[in-house]
Design a binder for this molecule. Sequence first.
Ligand SMILES: *Cc1c(COP(=O)(O)O)cnc(C)c1O
Length: 493
Amino acid sequence: MVHGPTAGSPARAATVPATVTAPAAPKDLPSVDRVLRDAEVTHLMASHGHAFVAAEARRLLDAWRQRALDGALAADELAQLPRVLAERCAERLAPRMRRVINLTGTVLHTNLGRALLADEALRQVLACMGSPNNLEFDLERGERGDRDSLVESLLCEITGAEAATVVNNNAAAVLLGIAALAGGKEAVVSRGELVEIGGAFRMPDVMTAAGATLVEIGTTNRTHLRDYQAAIGPKTALLMKVHTSNYAIQGFTSAVSEAELAPVAKAAGVPLMTDLGSGSLVDLAQWGLPAEPLPQRMLADGCDVVTFSGDKLLGGPQAGLIVGRRDLIQKIRKFPMKRALRLSKLPLAALEATLRLYLQPDRLTQDLPTLRLLTRPLDQIEAQAGRLLARVEAAVAPRFSVRVSAMRGQIGSGSLPVETLPSAGLVLTPRLPGKRGLGRALDELQTALRALPLPVIARVSNDELWLDLRCLDEAREEGEFIAQLAVLREALA
Ligand SMILES: *Cc1c(COP(=O)(O)O)cnc(C)c1O
């Protein structure tokens, strides 16, 4: 449905010239009871009930009374009251969380919900969430089960881990892992890996929150194996590696890999935990994408515990996955904080379905939206830009010129910030004699795109508006995008 400005709001009032019709006085407004007896309103109540419609009628009358007091309500508007009330009701009941079209060029956009769920995951959510299910019930034995068991064997099969558990997100996985393994003791981390993921998630603060003492070693750019060796003492409970996913240290650098560190950890009898952040479960290099560390590789290299996100490159729901040595996973699972951080049945259903897709790796680039978008052939995106050019031109002319252009997108969610994805799209440039008014024209265009029935989120760069088409799904979204270009044209007129 279209969410235009509410009729009766100041925007609409301004279109009713007060000079033509007489202003209404507060006493001209009907009572709530009278409004509710109107035929159209009775109809509304049949759908939505008396309480809701009456409350909305009261709010609307209050607003209109104020407008009448201000002399800003025209007498002939009063007849519109039932219609305006119906619009208000529809607007109040419209979902706040809405689909948008992501033309930012960032595939895993945190502000736009990160990974899109696969059809199989959506089906599983739909199939199981409205019914009782075996969330914590062992159907074979007919007794209480463990919700982890729904995904543990899949995760172990895919990553080669001995055991696995899942929590609310990767931040929770890291917090829980540190608390369970190093609470009250020391955890050793390189200064080059004391990352801030965003918001309030900074590794030193997480350590404090988890009750562990952070032992920083090395320097920002260089940390050596001997730094770890020197830091290990009687209070050391954990060696921790953090994948620096959202930034890169370049130049004179040195870091110790998990493979080098694992024997040191083993010799000292201290577990080695790695936070991978994204942690792709398949090697992205096979599609010419920049490689991301794999959890299975980390485990093979000797890591004891690996944590990663469910809704980054894995392509599933928000979740934190913890895989590794059986005794350590058991310790983590038994830790009281686990209950507070556990994954709920809704994402668990989606996660299980997403992980099952990995059993058929040859189908992943078809079945998993994240991989489908990341591996979308450039010529396909270019062809789409060509198809859309004239239509978009017609919608934004004469105020903006449009051209097809090569552009660079991003994987997103902190993955590989340095690497960019070659893409294609449309570039819209305000037709103005000079630089004056450029910012305003672009603001207006962006606002109009966001106000479309299916909001379009674009990116402004170099005084131009960029529509990166990598994420515009051909089967579904392209048609929807085209269908609302007429609305855009009207908004810009
Ligand atoms: C993204 C990320 C996190 C947080 O993961 P969420 O699933 O968003 O909670 C933690 N560590 C690293 C290295 C990350 O990249």
